[in-house]
Design a protein around this ligand. Sequence first.
Ligand code: KG4
Length: 341
Amino acid sequence: MADIILGIESSCDDTSAAVIKDGYLLSNVLASQDVHKAYGGVIPELASRAHQLNIVPVVSQAIDRAGIKASDITAIAFTRGPGLLGSLLVGTSFAKGLAVSLGKPLVEVNHLQGHILANFIKQKDSENRHPSFPYLCLLVSGGNSQIVKVNSPLDFEIMGQTIDDAVGEAFDKCSKMMGLGYPGGPIVDRLAKLGDPDRFHFAKPHVPGFDYSFSGVKTSLLYFVRDQIAIDPDFMEKNKEDICASFQRTLIEILMDKLIKAARQTGIKEITIGGGVSANSGLRNAVTEEGRKRGWNTYLPEFKFTTDNAAMIAIAGWFHYMNGERTSLDVAPVSRIADFK
Ligand code: KG4
């Protein structure tokens, strides 16, 4: 019999539900929360309330669009963490309630593992390329910047991670401080395409091993802009494209330097990226270009699978389900990765 997995994602500010059947995506529904735009960042309490409003219609649409009945579901996969506790609580509680009412098993998923496995989501009429094991995943989002060595779907090692801000956070905070808007990543990405990436230079960190740091480059940019505005109040308006292009180039160089080093040291040539920042056009080009030069096989997730989505939770849940894992009904969500086990 086919395995039909319902995935539920609610770790931050997107409520999402998806259905996969034997690894093939049948539906993926997402409700984003515009309420945070006015504040320039996600307000946790508003996010939890919006999840409460969205979760029932989002899950029922995912089931309808998949063309299945709720009783056809084999197991319910949900994001247990990391993320915002109140948001996670909505998804976790809903998943538990649905599991009890349908008499189906629950499977917990680590959100980051969802991003790492996003390339395994199969779609009809698609090439469905995915990396072979072991592969390296550059996982870059609003909350994480990591290089992960993935040995099998359920076995992965974090080779390096940020010691301060995540790269998405650097995009978001700098965009907000420069008055460009929120979320910063897509805005900087768009402006960067119009600017000269070699015009300005920002400090790059020297962190040993495979760890990252983004708070220095962020501070370097902010001091630079502040000093220039003191001389010419219109500096930002006149130069925003070049500033964004130069800033984005610096962030990408920092990311790529460590990824290249990790690929060289491990000898692994299967390379993927994942997380919200993997939507960045400059980063996608850089990975493709380096891959061509270095003989890597590169796998870039489709845009709809870069940001938070339940399809990746469903596929990761399917791997756990096939491995015989089931989650007990007394499970509680966890906000930090360190609390996951
Ligand atoms: O994985 P994600 O959806 O969720 C969290 O980590 O919460 O990532 C969101 C992050 C934000 O920081 C956003 O600015 C960034 O992904 N992002 C981008 C782009 N699109 C989204 N960063 C750079 N370039 C983009 N095109």
